[in-house]
Write a protein that binds this ligand. Sequence first.
Ligand code: TXA
Ligand code: MG
Length: 362
Amino acid sequence: MQTELIRIQDLHASMPHIVRAAEVIRSGGLVVFPTETVYGLGGDGTNAEAAKKIYAAKGRPSDNPLIIHVATPEDAARYTCAEPAAYALYLRLAKAFMPGPLTVILPRQDNIPLSTTGGLDTVAVRCPSHPVAHALIEAAGVPIAAPSANLSGKPSPTSANHVATDLDGRVDMILDGGECDIGLESTIVKIDVAEDGEAYLTLLRPGGITCDALSCVCDRVEVAPAVSEQLGKDERPLSPGMKYRHYAPSAPLVLLRGEDADVLAFLQEQQATSACAILCYDEEVAELRPEGLLPVGGRADLSTQAHRLFARLREADGMNAVELIYAHLPDKSGLGLALYNRMIRAAAHTVLSIGTGGIPEE
Ligand code: TXA
Ligand code: MG
């Protein structure tokens, strides 16, 4: 398949391309588009065949459901059938956070085929704020099913370059809208109704909308165990995607826990004795050798760390002769929980405590 790459600088001037891309979607083809989180690999969410093509292009297991992307939050009512209490909570979330990096899981209507939802009776709905994504969904006139536009097992793409590396020849079109702003995938919540009739949230994947922000809208926010813990062999996660090892760089990633000075001394020692890549804080750049160094942002600048994380993991992957990749174990507060969730899985839960004997932890 020939993949057409289109650079979108001025949305107005590019409308003819967007209209053409929307036609590709409507006729069952695949279009990669930018969102404020990561790039999405889009197809018609109401078309079972398009969903199958998406799974094939990504190399993704077909029991891992897709998110449908809608043009306005109210469009969710056309594809979901929530109880009134659940829908009222959805609308409160929509008012606070949509369009934006939040995905909400609700019971599915029959117009969303089971192949889109990986066989589930629920569907994940998201209304992205990126102008190109919005224009494409609106022009398509159908909800766009889209997972992140990476090959299964690779970090999510935050630039069209990453997308082309993974999917050139596997999709009809790539709309290049530059770098994604947030850099981590959307926050995913499920809405359920408790026995007392109150709707509540379960956080399935942390992202740009933090737990604290969700708590401002809903009194009861539970966190699914898979968000920060390693599930046992027989445990089933609430979100099928959580059971797959994602974002895995080819050299093992090891996360370091410890006092700043101890971790820095450890990194200096590793640089002197081995070929390693290091995802370091900007403040550490002057203290370390430049070889293999990948600054992720200031120590306290979590937004920049989120923005750069996946690109840095890809860069580390591309470095020759790197045996190990080191990174700091993020703190779990605020946006840190999303960084922690992605990094702990990329590292397959390998954490090394420095300054306490260096005993690896599960
Ligand atoms: O920011 C994002 O959410 C990006 C952009 C493109 O919108 N999309 C994205 O999609 O990250 P994907 O497919 O890479 O991740 C979606 C996750 C998967 O882990 C999947 O298992 C989960 O959402 N999911 C989708 N539908 C679900 C459902 N009905 N119930 C539980 N989990 C669901
Ligand atoms: Mg993904």
